[in-house]
Design a protein around this ligand. Structure first.
Ligand SMILES: C[S@@+](CC[C@H](N)C(=O)[O-])C[C@H]1O[C@@H](n2cnc3c(N)ncnc32)[C@H](O)[C@@H]1O
Length: 229
């Protein structure tokens, strides 16, 4: 189904935020990486500029740079105001304040749009739970601020199918955060963990240095067990 731009909050995160959210080591950054639901993150632009190998996939890339800029402009003030109205929900460490968060999101969008406007094939239109990539094409798939966060909008079946699809195309999958928009740990996690473990994957939840949503400082790491395990 074609995505409605009005349904998207086009807030993106930087390479530095991805490194913290996903505890990415310099070695991990040298792999062939897939950013799933990367949207307007500047992760791809910044890592590519440093010589990295990144592909981003998101339904947002069906839209033009102008469309995305306009959508961002339409929602930014309202979202920052909602953040201001809920002070207990946020941890001001990485971002120092709502104004600092706003400035960061503006910087990220500008970096993303400058790169995205070149029309590079590193930005692929596509959406979970089906990805048009070959099995095992990537070393690592990262999914930030989509799965588990939107638990109220996507079913358990969607989440499981999405995890399995990312595990088909990448040797390792990391997802952050594990909280819903309501700041509760997603109720899908225990069953997803049980099912993936039964299918031969190792599933870990790891604490990371990044926390903006209060309590949202954990990522999910899933890898396939080797035959001798
Ligand atoms: C809040 S943004 C996160 C952007 C980026 N990952 C980051 O953390 O900066 C959520 C993204 O999920 C994308 N999205 C929505 N439905 C999707 C689907 N079925 N598969 C993949 N991405 C989807 C949206 O277009 C949007 O770009």
């Amino acid at each position: 189904m074609a995505m409605q731009l009005e349904a998207v909050v086009p807030f993106g995160r930087s390479l530095d935020e991805y490194c913290q959210m996903f505890a990415l080591t310099p070695e991990a950054l040298t792999g062939n990486i897939l950013g799933v639901a990367d949207g307007p993150a500047s992760f791809n632009a910044e890592l590519t500029a440093q010589g990295g190998q990144v592909t981003s996939v998101d339904p947002l890339y069906a839209f033009t740079p102008d469309d995305i800029q306009q959508r961002f402009d339409a929602v930014i003030d309202n979202i920052i105001e909602q953040v201001r109205q809920t002070p207990d929900d946020w941890v001001w460490s990485y971002h120092r304040s709502p104004d600092d968060l706003r400035a960061n999101r503006l910087r990220v969008l500008a970096a993303f749009l400058a790169d995205y406007s070149r029309g590079d094939s590193r930005y692929v239109v596509g959406e979970l739970p089906t990805l048009a990539f070959a099995s095992g094409q990537f070393d690592l798939a990262l999914c930030s601020h989509f799965l588990f966060l939107y638990t109220d909008h996507f079913t358990y079946e969607f989440h499981l199918a999405a995890m399995l699809e990312m595990l088909r195309v990448a040797r390792e999958v990391r997802v952050f955060p594990l909280l819903t928009l309501g700041l509760a740990r997603s109720p899908y996690l225990p069953t997803i963990q049980t099912v993936l473990t039964a299918q031969g994957y190792t599933v870990r939840m790891m604490q990371v240095p990044y926390e903006l949503q209060r309590g949202g400082n954990e990522m999910l790491v899933v890898t396939r067990n080797s035959p001798e395990d």
